[in-house]
Design a protein around this ligand. Sequence first.
Ligand code: NGQ
Ligand code: ZN
Length: 457
Amino acid sequence: MNRLLARHALLPGGWRDDVLLTWDAGGTLTAVTPDAPAPPGENIACVTYALPGMINLHSHSFQRALAGRTECAGADSDDSFWTWRDLMYRFARNITPDQIEAIAAQLFADCLRHGYTSVCEFHYVQRQPDGNWYDRPAETAERVIAAARLAGIGVTMLPVLYSYSGFNESPLTPAQQRFRTDADDVLRVIEALAGLRDGQTEVGVAPHSLRAASLAQIGAVVAALPPGRPVHLHIAEQQAEVRQSLAQTGRRPVELLYDQVPVDGRWCLVHATHLTPGEVRSIAASGAVAGLCPTTEANLGDGVFPLQAFLAAGGRFGIGSDSHVSHSPVEELRWLEYGQRLHHQRRNIAVSTGQRQVGDFLWQGALQGGAQAAGRPVGALAPGRRADVLVLDDAHPVLCGLALSEVLGSLVFSGNDNLVRDVMVGGRWVVRNAQHVAQQAIAARFRQTMAELREFR
Ligand code: NGQ
Ligand code: ZN
């Protein structure tokens, strides 16, 4: 029976009691009924706390294999985003499609265990190490989708447009040759992936950044994209990037983009860390989602996103784990709020007039923005959306003796255990009692891959 009864479920309007969820054979919710009596005589699964699975709106899955391995200071002790990037390029240089798939499968299983039920893959390792295409132009993208299917996570595949190494169309460096695509290449990959689109799988596009793609290319790719598909772009992550943009174009990156391209709700601007008040207003007014990746942004020394001003302007946001130093939406949301508290020397920043609970505001906000950025019907327990459900461990001490209004605050801000016990994606249980259902096979292959990738420097 495709039914689940939750004593407490987080619906778009807040917590409700005795919620009966029903979904169809394709994994889409058909009815969500609060205050439902237990169906008599039926053997129906009952849980205490159910909430919508989170969307991870920014992932470079192969970087999971590098997480924790770049935390050693170089000889001149002047390490930065840019020195990390050199190591990451080195790591990407020879990685194979098999390895890409094995790493992604383990990552996605771990993301599921922590409560992510969807991921947006910003995918740019597309050519062979020698710079030629694989026989199948979407080879590596197909591998990441295969990994998502193996793990059971919903995926939005975003083939990347990557043509230049800097503003003003400077040529790619040797280390970037595997990433090289022009507008036609990207459209060909998108076309090759068309047959894989289904309830669990969507395909959009990602111009890498205004460093790696020209505004003319971006305009061409977006114009050729089927309507409604998401468009993701890294922007204004590092101050050096803003300085380069100013020096070479006379404009800041966000200014330049909004000047030249009609940005709308299909767009997800990843990081957008360094903004003027005018840029904050432009992004908020456009309806684009700010794709915030607080643990990676901290790890790479990016800076602090102006969340308070952005929310005051009505901006939409979601969260991503990007380089995968974390696999937990709790950690992203906690860091997002803590960064603001440290910066402003205040408490309880991410709230609105209607929602004074920080945990509720953050979880619901990241669901809405994440669903928009994924371009898939996810992010809410509501008819027509995917049956993506997290069941919390109601026996855990962190969740003992709480009012419903305190549950998400405790989830996000209290303790370090993973409180996600069971996870359903598209109506199918993929995590049971905190174990991923395919954990052993996925982990065995991942261990083998990590052994192969021991030496990369
Ligand atoms: C990336 N990652 O493409 O993986 C980037 C670094 C770049 C982050 N921005 C490379 N976190 O921006 O040029
Ligand atoms: Zn990124």
